[in-house]
Write a protein that binds this ligand. Sequence first.
Ligand code: AHR
Length: 516
Amino acid sequence: MTILKIAVATALLSIAALGQAAEPVRITIETGKPGAVINKDVYGQFAEHLGSGIYGGLWVGPDSPIPNTRGWRNDVIGALKNLHVPLVRWPGGCFADEYHWREGIGERRSRPVKVNTNWGGVTESNAVGTHEFFDLVDQLGADAYVNGNLGSGTAQEMAEWLEYMTADSTSTLAELRRKNGHNAPFKVKYFAIGNEAWGCGGNMTVQHYADLYNQYASFLKTPKEDTPQLIAAGGHDDDTSWSDYLSAHIHEQWNMHFDAVSFHYYTLPTGIWEKKGQATGFPEEQWISTLKNTLRIDTLIKNNVAKLDKNDPKKKLAFNVDEWGTWYDVEPGTNPGFLFQKNTLRDAVVAALNFNIFHAHADRVRMTNIAQMVNVLQSMIVTDNDKMLLTPTYYAYQMYVPFQGATSLPLHVEHNAEYRFGKLSIPAISASAARSADGKLLVSVVNTNPEKTADVVLDMPVQKLNGQLLTAPRMDSLNTFEQPDQVHPVPYSITAVKGKMVLTLPPKSVVVLTAQ
Ligand code: AHR
């Protein structure tokens, strides 16, 4: 090809590309084809004995000068209540496989003091144990997800914990619970048999874990009407072998339950554990790589769900992403074992992208837990002694509350623009739609491009949408104790003009709207 021909071809290609870009993005919502219900537990949280995730961040003890209710901070609980937190997973994570429940009951001052070997080697007072945890979920109005110890505990210890929590009999363990102050059984909605058995939970093969699951689960006896959903600790990242093997080899028996396989996926800007990338002050290259890496969860879910569909075609099993979120290099000057990181607008966009993906898989993804609720990784809240601030991720959760329990609706995004930086590109627009329990249409749209406004035509049978928009001046805009209101949602509404709803989305923004 001559130079002239190449130049003409390039010009034609650019004109074609321009022509495409000129077409506005169009989102068509299929309101007549309802999909699966978005289980409210998709908006679950995770609180581990890790750093100040519990001690200091949530629990200050009843004698603290920080206002509290039976030891739990009033400010933090009040803020979390606005998120309608449906579910809390506790006590870990890696901590769960070293946790011995008997050390966390009875007189607080007589409980054994341990060392938290997983997280910073700090003192674990056992002040927060079973009764305190259930008080926390009661105060939040949430359900309980208890993670059992498979790694270093016995089948007997696990069975006795569940008996202690749920028995309504006159057994010695049920009486001990009563003596410790709780007459009625606790309600355990979910119970997991171990955590990350391929790693901190015991470095096992999936075959060994499946045998242990069968063994431990066989002895978990609870009142029939109060049987928790039992979760097998599954795989992570690109590895689908755990989902495949567990769904093929664990079967419900007359005395044993199996309700879900779990999955963990963390978003790292670089994708490299040794040098994950910074929480703030990052270049645009890491804005796009973070979003690209988080969007991978869609493929990871599809790949795992394909294994479940093969082995469980009736879709009895859930695929629960019970740990997810961003994980950055630890904040300089903090204990590396505390996993404290700052939370910026980027985290809110990551959360919204994940929500949109979870909604699209609502038939299998019936519960997720972001890591973690307070002060750890991608948290909702950061505390410093008696001070508290709400992170951009908190606001993403608050904006999406209407999606809890709504029915997902299929949608098509046409003419989606591409957001490119360097060698990477991702779709500029991500969206999700649903019908709320009270019949209202909901739509969420994310503009991933940090530089360009997006005009989006919404093809849906409504004339007015009201809701909230979240954006901020910088990719790493954040709230601080000095300036706690830098990033927060603002009211946003659109009205149809000549029957057409056009959404003008600022760069790097999230919008959630409800039809009026
Ligand atoms: O959320 C922090 C840790 O990440 C959890 O304890 C563990 O399960 C995972 O590796």
